[in-house]
Design a protein around this ligand. Structure first.
Ligand SMILES: [Fe+2]
Length: 245
């Protein structure tokens, strides 16, 4: 007897009804107000580097000096505003009323986590966030590595002790750059991310991005002991490997 329908059958044909339409129009209020001028200041600097086709050294930017590196090659930066996180969490509650957050059953069991995949089930929201990544947040990746992304996947992940509270060691194999953004820090106990051979990053404040290269950094999500931990997870791809979504 089939007890669990595959995801594409379970949600097939059911459109997601948005609550906060403002989230569909990516704009500057999404971004942390101290980080926004640093991003805008770095954009022309990175553009100059690109125009010189790599013949000159990259210039330093204020943005680079603001990015934290709590562990070797693991970076953090306030990316999204508190206001954005609060509106987005309201939207997550709305998602949970209409859809069941569930694992991707095609992944190894020990890698599964309850998730809501925006490019599948909330495509307009996915496009809004991806537009922001490409037009603004990309300069963070350029500043760190002189790399930019052209697409990828975005999902909301939920860790909780009732269903799945942690993930096993893994790489984010479908991405070049991963960015994990907490949405409700303080509402749960436990959590955080451990990087093999590097150390642990405890839950960051809401809206801060945990940014790392996806292939080199074996990592795992640490157990949530009480409550629900919600993360906005970006698996970003450079032009060379972008998959059609
Ligand atoms: Fe991961």
């Amino acid at each position: 007897m089939i007890t669990e329908l595959p995801r594409f059958q379970k949600n097939f044909g059911r459109p997601y009804i948005y609550k906060n339409a403002l989230l569909l129009m990516a704009s500057e209020w999404f971004i942390d107000d101290k980080t926004l001028p640093l991003i805008n200041g770095a954009l022309p600097v990175m553009q100059r580097f690109e125009n010189e086709e790599g013949l000159e050294d990259p210039e330093p930017t204020k943005l680079r000096n603001t990015i934290n590196e709590p562990l070797n090659e693991v970076f953090t930066l306030p990316i999204f505003s508190e206001e954005f996180c609060s509106v987005f969490m309201d939207e997550v509650r709305n998602m949970e009323k209409q859809f069941t957050f569930e694992p991707n059953y095609s992944e190894l069991k020990q890698h599964q986590i309850n998730e809501f995949v925006l490019q599948n089930d909330a495509r307009d929201l996915y496009l809004s966030l991806m537009k922001l990544v490409i037009s603004k947040i990309n300069v963070v990746f350029q500043t760190l590595w002189n790399r930019e992304v052209v697409g990828g996947g975005i999902q909301v992940a939920n860790y909780n002790p009732r269903d799945i509270s942690q993930t096993a060691w893994h790489h984010d194999t479908s991405a070049d750059i991963s960015m994990v953004v907490p949405l409700n820090t303080g509402d749960y106990k436990g959590g955080g991310t451990e990087f093999f051979g590097r150390g642990v990053v405890p839950p960051l404040p809401n809206g801060h991005g945990l940014i790392f290269p996806s292939f080199t950094h074996l990592h795992r999500g640490l157990p949530v002991e009480d409550g629900d931990r919600y993360l906005l997870v970006f698996w970003l791809q450079s032009e060379e490997r972008k998959e059609d979504l």
